[in-house]
Design a protein around this ligand. Structure first.
Ligand code: PMP
Length: 348
């Protein structure tokens, strides 16, 4: 979901952005009116996430997946080695891609229990000669979330925050690089936000496509070519909305409240079981199942008929998944909880 007020404002400004006589879709990315949108969006993100001056904000195309390649192409050259924590599908895919560019070591894997948990700090196998340590802070498909920032000594931390960015405070100074595909908590699809410690840029492989070079993107302020102007504009509106709600702290409180409503249903239920172990439960993606695939399918069908869409779990996990990103109102979650309780009672 995107926040309704954002969609309404975008609609109101669609054909004539604030008296400019044109739509944001039609603007030159070098025009004064557009550059104001661009700079304000960056400033708002810096303020909301308290991004220190050591770090630059980049807007890059290719979604989060292109970062699976950009990260090793830019960062692994230092030692040729990187550590990867595999806690789900996307970190596994990122590790596989990185294997093209250097020696990749598995710092931990939760595959033994179908990614239902996040390993503890003491379970991480760390290489002191790694160029970076990579993890994914929220596992969108499996519904688990890291509740701590891995300690890696002087090895830079790289994190895929695609599905929980802006859902709570993050100490950006602890990270060498954060990236996120924008289509969950930030904007419509078509871009990744990259937050990079500038001192890490500049060691990319010579064959790195120029649009994937962090150094070039820093030097050109993400405008080496035409950026996804409209997506950046919507990101700006979403950031204003987050600010108005009370910032990332308010998002964290809302996420905790919303996810608790659904986890309470699961914990009280004899019909539904949560997939993730309680200590690793995601606040964004609540994964659960019944006792059989047939009953799962029946529930998904009846829920859809009652107006609850997109509850079918990912094909890798089966079961159900309720994605309750920032823009999902608490009322939506309460209604689903009510529906699940009634559905169970009715099925007894
Ligand atoms: N990482 C995570 C955590 C994701 O949830 C997703 C998409 N669901 C991706 C990476 C891939 O994102 P994209 O489609 O933007 O490449």
């Amino acid at each position: 979901m995107l926040p309704l007020p954002v969609l309404e404002q975008a609609a109101a400004e669609m054909t004539n952005y604030r008296g400019s006589g044109m739509s944001v879709m039609e603007m030159s990315h070098r025009s004064k009116v557009y550059l104001e949108i661009f700079e304000e969006t960056k400033d708002d993100l810096r303020r909301l996430m308290r991004i220190p001056g050591s770090h630059e904000i980049l807007f890059m195309q290719g979604g989060a997946t292109l970062q699976f390649s950009a990260v090793p192409m830019n960062l692994i050259g230092k030692t040729g080695i990187a550590d990867y924590a595999v806690t789900g599908n996307f970190s596994g895919a990122a590790m596989k891609e990185a294997g093209k560019y250097g020696e990749i070591r598995t710092a931990c894997s939760s595959a033994d229990k179908n990614h239902t948990y996040i390993p503890q700090q003491g379970d991480l196998s760390l290489s002191s000669d790694a160029s970076y340590f990579y993890y994914c802070s929220n596992n969108t498909i499996f519904g688990t979330e890291w509740k701590y920032v891995p300690g890696t000594g002087s090895v830079p931390l790289v994190c895929d925050m695609s599905s929980n960015i802006l859902s709570g405070p993050v100490d950006v100074s602890k990270y060498g690089l954060i990236f996120a595909g924008v289509q969950k908590n930030m904007a419509p699809a078509g871009m990744a936000v990259v937050i990079i410690d500038k001192s890490l840029a500049g060691d990319e492989f010579a064959l790195t496509p120029k649009l994937m070079s962090y150094k070039l993107m820093i030097d050109s302020d993400s405008m080496h070519n035409t950026p996804p102007c409209y997506t950046i504009y919507i990101l700006g509106l979403v950031l204003k909305w987050v600010g108005k709600q009370g910032g990332v702290e308010a998002m964290a409180r809302a996420a905790a409240e919303k996810s608790k409503i659904l986890y309470d249903v699961l914990d009280d239920s004899k019909m539904f079981t949560g997939c993730a172990v309680p200590s690793s439960r995601s606040n964004m993606n609540i994964t659960f199942r019944t006792s059989s695939e047939e009953l799962d399918a029946k529930f998904v069908k009846e829920a859809k008929a009652a107006g609850f869409d997109n509850l079918k779990g990912h094909r890798l996990t089966g079961g159900m998944r309720a994605s309750i990103y920032n823009a999902m109102p608490v009322e939506g979650v309460q209604k689903l909880a009510e529906f699940m309780r009634e559905y169970e009672l009715k099925s007894l």
